[in-house]
Structures are given as structure tokens and as C-alpha cells.
Design a protein around this ligand. Structure first.
Ligand code: PLP
Length: 508
């Protein structure tokens, strides 16, 4: 990792999210301890199920140990199993696929739309005789296009399982997600809009599904106990966890409103920034913006992963988006018959997964902290340098030919060979633009904008180039014996050179 100058010092680390336990959590937990009922099925489990069902607008709610177990319980309770297919989005967390596989069914991937949720236009081509269910995800709080998904489900008589694990309080036409399909699943993981540390809940209007979910949640136990009609699991939520979740539920509407407020702030702060695109809210509903996402555009000048690393160095937590299922090594390397077919077109999903990151969205974040996050994010843009992308590459037995600067007129081209440790540049030009291309070897590039003092540093390797803009002092330190080609946008005038010394501090 090259050493970089941090122009802005951040005193306190701003995490992506942290649980806020500012209600009755402690009181209710102490109550479970005093009542000596700490495992599942106590007072708070019952209260949580009743009140969550009421809040979300469903007839029944069944607590469980996680969002993942909620998804598994939903699939099992709808009778999905061997020889069935379940349609899931390609852009998702692995548990959409893994819970489907656990039932013996096969996940079938569908690309996402520009709101990061399953694209209904691409579902029908994936429906086969084996399809039993569609499992859309309300991604990062964005409600999926449920109207179109439900229409397709009705046409083909398919179940709809809503993964609302990260979307407590998101709505479509005023109705809360999780209640629009046959079953809805929520997570109570620590970063979610309501948490119990770990935990989850299944909601449905079907008494039969709710009863089955209760049976599968608890080892398949029925009456008489230990006589099994079904294979079940231990997916129970303890009453200690339920007590925490119940206290969180008391404040859920405030928490949802707060996340929307945080998103509104980010949208305003990033309004005229062309190098990122911000978390889009779909027109058919209200997002909770569980985690505020941005997509890093090519014009940012850095990769998404580089941005995350540099933000962390500057005290800002952020995290990468999920990676498309069609790119997962486990599915690419192992051709088990039930593993999803990864050969289709998942261009949106792959792109969003590669360029997306989420910014700190914890309920406690202040507006000043949000401003700091945006200021630091924007300071990472590579403004003075433009990485050259080849527009045409030809490789044959003679070697490699690269056309990279078709669109710019260049007055002067130089080339040379430099020894390891040699330094070139350490100055800037007021009018001249330079292009610098390494054909062999590697160099460390340091650039400082002499006006704003924004500093950038990166390694340039063989077959990579960079443009140095006017007023950007540049220093090139060769890390090994290297060959280079250099172009200048103006003729070199030895009598009156357009060259001004400015020492890049790191190179001295
Ligand atoms: C969309 C989605 N589904 C499922 C899950 C799994 O939830 P849990 O971590 O509670 O198992 C998550 C967790 O982040 C999620 O974001």
C-alpha cells in the first residue's frame, strides 16, 4: 500500500452502522432474567410475535434465530423441496441460494433492475415446469417491483417469498413489504432497523404456513413430542433476544424515519457529484435506505475496493455490496446439479456488485459526520490524472499494439529507459498536458494539485498509462529498470520551458 498524505484528519472512526439500544432493552432483558425464562417461547417471544405481526400488517408472525433461518422456514413451510426450482435475484447475499439448496431445490438466477432488485421483465424467461416460487429481495431497503412480480406469480401459480431481511418498514402503495407475497422474512441482525443481535421473523397471512414454520423451527416437534412427521431444525429465538427485539420494535417507526433522513442528507450532499451515483429509490414505493449505497463511476478514477480501503485509512467505515451469485467461485468451480446456472446475462447485477459500496448509515450518525464522510469520499477522486484505457489492442506474434490516445492531438512524443530508483518530473506545467506510458517495469507515481494540494499516489505497471494535467505536479520514481513512452500536448521549448519546480513531498 503506497503511503498517502491524509489531508483531512478524522478523530473518531465512523462505523458503517452500530446498534442503538436506547429504549427498554435493558429493562426487558433484566425482566427475562428475573422471571427465569431465558430460552424460547417466553413472554417476550409471544409479545414480539403479536406486536410485529400487527406492526407489519400480517396475521401471523413466527420468531426464529436469523434472517437466514426465516428464509429456510418460509421455503420449508410452503413445501418447497427436491425437484423444485426457486427464482432468486443474481444480486443477493448467498443465503437466498443456500437456503434454497438446503431444501433440495435449485436456485435459478435473474438479473436485477436499476433499483438493485429482481427485474420482473427478466423473470418469465426463467420459469420452467419445475418453478415453484419467486424470492425477490427488497435490496438495502428498496422495495422490489412487487406489482409486476405478483402478476407473474399469479399467472404461473407460483409462491412469492419476500426477503425483507433488510427492509423493515419499506412500503409499496402504503403496504409494508413482507406482507405482499405469501411469506415475508426479516432479520434482526445487529445492523438492521431493529435488532436482537442475531434473530429473525417469518410473517404470513396463512395459518397453515405459520403452524408449519413453528414446527420446522423447533426440530419438527409436534404432539406427541418426539414423534416426527417432518425433519425440523433448532431455529428458535431465545426470550433474551426477543426482549431486545421487542424493545426495538417499540421504536421502529422512529428508526425507519431516521434512516430516511440520513439518506436525504447524503442525497443532498452528493447532489452535484458526477463521479458517483446514489442509492436510487424506486417510484413504486418507499425505501428505508437500510444502508445508503453509492456506485463508484469510472470517472471517479479509482476502483470501489480502493475507495473502501482509503476510506478506512481515513477513519470511515464502508462496505462492498454483495457480489453476484453468477460470479461466486463455489458455483463456477463446482457443477453440482442443483447449483444455479451461471451462464446467463447478469450484467446489471455484476456491475452493481462490482461498483457498489455503502457509506456509514448508523442511526447515531450526525450531520457533521455525514459531511465529513462526503468530504473525504470526494477528496479521493483522482482529478489530475486520467488512467488511459486502451481503445484498441492488437496482439500477434510481433507483440502488442495499443491505440490509446486517438482523440487527443499530441505535439511531442519521447521515450526512454530509466534505472531502478531514478526520479523524473517533480515539477508541473501550466499549459502542457503529459501522457506517460510504461512498456516495461513499474513506477510509483505521486501527483499533487499545486492549487488545492490534493495528493494522489499509485503504482503504474507495464502496459499502463496516466495523463498528468496542467497544474498537477508529478513525480515518477522507477521501482525497477523500466521503459516508457511519453507524450506532450505542447511542443517542448528549451528557451522558455513550461516547467515549474514543485517538489512532491513524498519523493524528496
Ligand atoms: C437481503 C438479506 N437477506 C438475508 C439476510 C440474512 O440475515 P441474517 O444475517 O439474519 O441471517 C441478510 C443479512 O444481511 C440480508 O441482507
Amino acid at each position: 500500500m503506497p503511503k498517502t498524505t491524509h489531508l483531512t484528519k478524522v478523530q473518531k472512526f465512523i462505523p458503517t452502522s452500530e446498534p442503538v439500544l436506547d429504549g427498554n432493552e435493558k429493562k426487558y432483558v433484566l425482566d427475562t432474567l428475573e422471571r427465569n425464562w431465558i430460552s424460547a417461547g417466553g413472554k417476550y417471544s409471544q409479545l414480539l410475535e403479536e406486536k410485529f405481526a400487527k406492526w407489519v400488517g400480517a396475521k401471523f408472525a413466527v420468531t426464529c434465530s436469523s434472517g437466514t433461518s426465516a428464509l429456510h422456514l418460509a421455503l420449508l413451510s410452503l413445501g418447497i423441496g427436491r425437484s423444485d426450482e426457486v427464482i432468486i435475484p443474481d444480486f443477493t447475499i448467498i443465503c437466498s441460494a443456500s437456503t434454497t439448496l438446503l431444501t433440495g431445490a435449485k436456485p435459478v438466477l435473474v438479473d436485477v433492475d436499476k433499483y438493485w432488485c429482481m427485474d420482473p421483465k427478466k423473470i418469465e424467461e426463467k420459469i420452467s415446469k419445475k418453478t415453484r416460487a419467486i424470492m425477490p429481495i427488497h435490496m438495502y431497503g428498496n422495495p422490489a417491483n412487487m406489482k409486476d412480480i405478483l402478476r407473474i406469480a399469479k399467472k404461473y401459480k407460483l409462491f412469492v417469498i419476500e426477503d425483507a431481511c433488510a427492509a423493515h418498514g419499506a412500503t409499496v402503495n402504503g403496504r409494508k413489504v413482507g406482507t405482499l407475497g405469501d411469506v415475508g422474512c426479516f432479520s434482526f441482525y445487529a445492523s438492521k432497523n431493529m435488532t436482537s443481535g442475531e434473530g429473525g421473523i417469518v410473517v404470513t397471512n396463512s395459518e397453515e404456513v405459520a403452524n408449519l414454520a413453528r414446527i420446522f423451527r423447533s426440530q419438527g416437534f409436534e404432539k406427541p413430542r418426539f414423534i416426527h412427521r417432518y425433519i425440523g431444525y433448532n431455529y428458535r429465538l431465545t426470550d433474551i433476544q426477543a426482549a431486545i427485539a421487542y424493545a426495538q420494535l417499540e421504536k421502529i417507526d422512529k428508526k425507519v424515519a431516521r434512516r430516511r433522513e440520513i439518506a436525504k442528507n447524503y442525497i443532498r450532499l452528493l447532489k452535484n457529484v458526477s463521479e458517483v451515483s446514489v442509492h436510487p429509490e424506486p417510484p413504486w414505493g418507499k425505501s428505508t435506505f437500510w444502508m445508503f449505497g453509492v456506485l463508484i463511476k469510472e470517472s471517479f478514477g479509482r476502483s470501489r475496493d480502493e475507495v473502501i480501503e482509503l476510506l478506512a485509512e481515513r477513519g470511515i467505515g464502508s462496505d462492498r455490496f454483495f457480489t453476484a451469485m453468477s460470479l461466486q467461485p463455489v458455483f463456477l468451480n463446482d457443477k453440482s446439479p442443483n447449483y444455479p446456472d451461471v451462464s446467463g446475462n447478469y450484467s446489471v447485477s455484476r456491475d452493481v456488485g462490482a461498483r457498489g459500496l455503502y457509506l456509514p448509515t448508523g442511526l447515531n450518525i450526525t450531520l457533521d459526520q455525514q459531511k465529513k464522510v462526503v468530504e473525504i469520499l470526494l477528496s479521493l477522486r483522482v482529478k489530475g490524472a486520467k488512467i488511459i484505457k486502451p481503445t484498441f489492442v492488437r496482439k500477434d506474434k510481433r507483440g502488442t499494439f495499443i491505440e490509446a490516445l486517438n482523440d487527443i492531438g499530441w505535439e511531442n512524443v519521447s521515450y526512454g529507459s530509466m534505472k531502478k530508483g531514478a526520479v523524473m518530473g517533480n515539477h508541473y506545467h501550466k499549459k502542457t498536458q503529459l501522457f506517460f506510458y510504461i512498456t516495461k517495469g513499474a513506477a510509483k507515481i505521486d501527483i499533487i494539485n499545486v492549487k488545492s494540494k490534493v495528493f494522489e499516489s499509485f503504482i503504474l505497471k507495464a502496459d499502463q498509462g496516466v495523463i498528468f494535467k496542467p497544474n498537477h505536479s508529478h513525480a515518477i520514481r522507477f521501482l525497477e529498470l523500466s521503459n516508457f513512452v511519453m507524450g506532450k500536448s505542447l511542443k517542448y521549448d528549451p528557451i522558455n520551458p513550461d516547467t515549474y519546480p514543485f517538489t512532491v513531498p513524498e519523493v524528496k
